[in-house]
Ligand binder design. Structure first.
Ligand SMILES: Nc1nc2c(ncn2[C@@H]2O[C@H](COP(=O)(O)OP(=O)(O)OP(=O)(O)O)[C@@H](O)[C@H]2O)c(=O)[nH]1
Ligand SMILES: [Mg+2]
Length: 504
């Protein structure tokens, strides 16, 4: 029969209380006794005993805790592992869905279709769940030999000349203890001379970027030209093993030195245990007997590390890579959409600049400072906003127009523009009679600066950035002063304004 829990607790508490009372009374007796004989020693002894008792209790609690599993981290790492990739896979899927929506906004059909195809491919890779291991490195480092050795049979032509492998070749592998299939991809060597080499290098880089795990093969210390792509790939988050091949060519001491050198060169991006020395296809040696002997490939350290990494991180590697791919695709789509929006918004600015110029030409203003207000049409702001997906109401647009007009005037941009254009007109259009026309041309120019400033504003999610409206406006004014643009603008403006004057 088991004791009820409350009884156990009660008995424990009573026992502890009795023990405590006994302890206190014994301590007190000791204290009194000592203080009779040597009074100055009584207090230090009492404190010492109390500290000892405290330490003993703490140690007891600690060991009981270990026994009971109180100090175990919960939840444990191993029980957490499977949930992480699920989250990451979900994040990757959500990311892909968001990108699909973005892609619908791309107007150029060919580009849109290409990106949609890419997005499908990423989604399919995610669904298929294979782990893609890509073998990458300089020409003739022994990439194909490594794959041959891993697969244990000849799967590719192994040659001494650089550039043997011209396309990506993929082989499937199964690994004990891993549910997922492994795709092992051979790539053309990088850093080969000639155009064909460069094209092959592009294929190789593309394949490397798509990898879940990279085997970067070298046959000596890293050259500067190998270092850059390796670090570049590691920095975008590409999980890599650095494989030092052809170790049979070096005496043991040199071999160890090169390995240590490689480890120290990449220490910031690749762990020392992920830098592995192998001999994928050792050279034949002549024995003393005169016979030729070909040693077996020595790739066991690589296979062991590869298996360990794939078992421990396989799921994460896939999810991370899918996320990386979709982020890159997202960035590409965003860039295209930004450019497309800019083109559309600039068309609007172009249209409004001649509208406002026409209005001012027909009804000139008494004070030039008014030109700033005349230049900024609220409808233009609303239309630019629409391109960027913002639905502005008239009041907000009017407010924006007003404050930008004030900024143009207070920065002296109105007067600056008149000066700039007067000079440009006399230099570029000698026959043009400056008169009331200058007001119209100035207005067009100011509309342009204002319009482009608003493009920046909407592009940055309706903010003016750290430097505020002033900085954006000033920057646009500076940009518009470029000679080539100014000349073209003045010629166009004279044509337009003359037609208004002729008509009005
Ligand atoms: N001594 C020695 N030679 C090797 C080893 N591995 C490969 N080789 C030789 O290196 C040469 C190039 O090997 P490949 O496997 O074709 O090299 P690769 O990196 O695939 O070359 P590309 O496809 O041209 O980029 C061949 O002559 C191989 O026999 C090795 O471990 N030791
Ligand atoms: Mg090859």
């Amino acid at each position: 029969m088991r004791f009820p829990r409350s009884w156990t607790i009660a008995i424990t508490v009573i026992s502890i209380a009795i023990l405590a009372l006994w302890l206190i009374s014994s301590l007190y007796a000791l204290y009194v006794q000592v203080s009779w004989t040597t009074p100055w020693l009584a207090t230090p002894i009492l404190i010492g005993i109390l500290v000892l008792i405290g330490v003993a209790i703490a140690v007891a609690i600690y060991y009981i805790g270990i026994f009971q599993g109180w100090w175990r981290k919960s939840p444990t790492k191993s029980s957490q592992l499977p949930t992480v990739p699920v989250e990451r896979t979900a994040a990757a899927t959500a990311n892909l869905n968001a990108i699909d929506l973005q892609l619908q906004q791309i107007q150029d059909e060919v580009t849109r279709q290409a990106l949609i195809d890419k997005s499908r491919e990423i989604a399919e890779n995610l669904a298929r769940g294979q782990i893609r291991v890509v073998v990458f490195g300089t020409g003739s480092a022994g990439k194909t030999s490594l794959i041959n050795a891993i697969i244990g049979r000849i799967v590719g032509e192994v040659g001494a000349a650089m550039g043997t492998t011209t396309r990506g070749e993929t082989y499937t592998l199964e690994l004990k203890g891993l549910d997922r299939q492994i795709l092992l991809t051979d790539t053309p060597g990088i850093l080969e001379a000639g155009i064909a080499g460069t094209q092959r290098e592009a294929i190789a880089r593309e394949l490397a970027t798509a990898a879940d795990l990279l085997l970067f093969v070298v046959d000596n210390d890293l050259r500067a030209s190998e270092y850059a792509p390796l670090i570049g790939l590691a920095e975008i988050g590409k999980r890599s093993l650095l494989v030092f091949n052809k170790t049979d060519l070096y005496p043991p001491l040199d071999r160890a030195n090169i390995l240590a050198q490689l480890q120290s060169r990449v220490q910031n991006v690749i762990d020392a245990e992920d830098v592995i020395a192998i001999a994928a296809n050792p050279q034949s040696v002549r024995l003393e007997s005169g016979e030729m002997f070909t040693p077996d490939p020595d790739i066991f350290p690589l296979v062991r590390r590869l298996a360990a990494v794939l078992r421990a991180e396989g799921e994460d590697l896939i999810a991370d890579n899918i996320l990386l791919q979709s982020q890159r695709l997202g960035a590409e789509a965003r860039e295209l959409i930004d450019a497309q929006r800019r083109r559309q918004a600039e068309k609007i600015v172009n249209r409004f600049q001649w509208i406002s110029a026409g209005v001012v030409t027909v009804t000139p203003l008494p004070v030039v400072d008014f030109l700033a207000t005349a230049a900024i049409n609220t409808q233009m702001i609303i239309e630019i906003g629409k391109i960027y997906g913002c639905d502005l109401n008239k009041d907000t647009a009017q407010e924006l127009a007003l404050s930008l007009g004030k900024t143009l005037t207070s920065l002296g941009i109105v007067k600056g523009t008149i000066q700039l254009l007067s000079t440009a007109l006399t230099v570029n259009v000698a026959t043009y009679a400056l008169g009331k026309g200058i007001q119209g041309i100035t207005t067009a120019y100011l509309t342009r600066i204002a319009g482009r400033s608003f493009i920046e504003y909407f592009q940055q999610n309706q903010t003016w950035g750290d430097g505020g409206m002033t900085e954006v406006v000033q920057q646009q004014f500076q940009l518009s002063r470029k000679d080539e643009f100014l000349k073209l603008f003045v010629q166009q403006a004279v044509e337009k304004i003359s037609s208004y004057q002729g008509g009005g």
